[in-house]
Ligand binder design. Structure first.
Ligand SMILES: Nc1ncnc2c1ncn2[C@@H]1O[C@H](COP(=O)(O)OP(=O)(O)OP(=O)(O)O)[C@@H](O)[C@H]1O
Length: 292
């Protein structure tokens, strides 16, 4: 488990992170969501032990990242750009990674390069943006580090490569006993895969969401009545949208009374819809979709 305990960071008197607490459980995907400048990259770099916090502590499997640097073998950080690697060839990078990570799995690495149709020669700078992003992930998961920290892994990529990357991450997590932390400003990308979401707002944890728990807490239903949406039902539910007579409502799963009211009002349409993270945000945060 990674524990982030009371982490604050100031750079040039600018308070970037303020008393951040959360944990990353083994075998899970944690999404760190926040607007540009919320402090996501800074937080990930601190967790990886690249940047010192001004105060607070990071432990990986109960070992302090800054006091026992060996634990960094268990953590790999993937920045949102591959610029640092651009002038190197694949061979050189593999050599470099093998020196840093005792557990680097060369066989798995080359298998993945083949799977994704990479050439084995050439420098990273000749890869397309999507290839660079995928290559960074392949490299990170090949280290066999137990914790992979990904900074905006799909930023600026087209939908096809985005899908490929998200699928790769989900498969790697289910097959290889790793935990992943993904930072993003896109809720919709994380909701399908994250188990746990940490919402960062101006350097602070604004809220934490457990996806399974939350999804079971709400029902999203589409209803239509002969006339308007009855006021007593409107008052007791969150109206997500209204198009003509069709309303989409969010109600608490436990709220049997409202469900009964809807039934008694004899809707001409009643359909349960899949719940999205965005719906949950509307319910939890009163419609403030500040991360999109
Ligand atoms: N080395 C630095 N010196 C000064 N300010 C910095 C430094 N690094 C980050 N900051 C500031 O800290 C704040 C948070 O930056 P950070 O890159 O962590 O945010 P982010 O959530 O990752 O943003 P984005 O989504 O745009 O990448 C920003 O206001 C940024 O200007």
């Amino acid at each position: 488990m990674i524990r982030v305990s009371g982490v604050s960071k100031s750079i040039h008197k600018n308070r970037i992170l303020k008393n951040v607490h959360f944990s990353v459980r083994s075998g899970t995907i944690t999404g760190v969501v926040g607007r540009n400048g919320a402090g996501k990259t800074t937080l990930l770099r601190i967790i990886a032990g690249i940047l010192y916090p001004s105060s607070g502590e990071i432990t990986v499997n109960d070992q302090n990242v800054f006091k026992q640097p060996d634990v960094k073998q268990n953590v790999v950080f993937v920045p949102d750009s591959t610029d640092a690697l651009r002038t190197y060839s694949i061979k050189e990078i593999v050599k470099f990674y093998e020196e840093i990570y005792d557990t680097f799995d060369q066989e798995y690495f080359y298998q993945l390069l083949e799977k994704f149709k990479f050439t084995k020669q050439g420098k990273i700078k000749y890869f397309s943006k999507g290839q660079k992003a995928l290559f960074s992930l392949i490299l990170a998961f090949s280290t066999n580090a137990k914790y992979v920290l990904l900074d905006e892994p799909t930023d600026g990529l087209d939908v096809i490569i985005k899908k490929q990357i998200l699928q790769f991450i989900a498969e790697a997590v289910s097959e290889r006993d790793v935990s992943v932390v993904i930072s993003s400003h896109r809720l919709d990308e994380l909701e399908k895969m994250a188990d746990h979401i940490v919402v960062l707002k101006q350097g602070k944890v604004d809220s934490e969401l457990e996806m399974e728990e939350l999804k079971s807490q709400y029902h999203k239903i589409q209803v239509a009545f002969e006339g308007k949406l009855p006021q007593h039902i409107r008052d007791r539910s969150e109206v997500l949208s209204e198009t003509g007579r069709v309303s989409v409502l969010l109600i608490s799963s436990k709220d049997e009374e409202t469900k009964k009211m809807i039934e008694d009002a004899e809707p001409i349409l009643y359909e349960e819809l899949p719940l999205s993270l965005e719906d949950i945000f509307v319910a939890k945060l009163g419609g403030d979709l500040y991360v999109s």
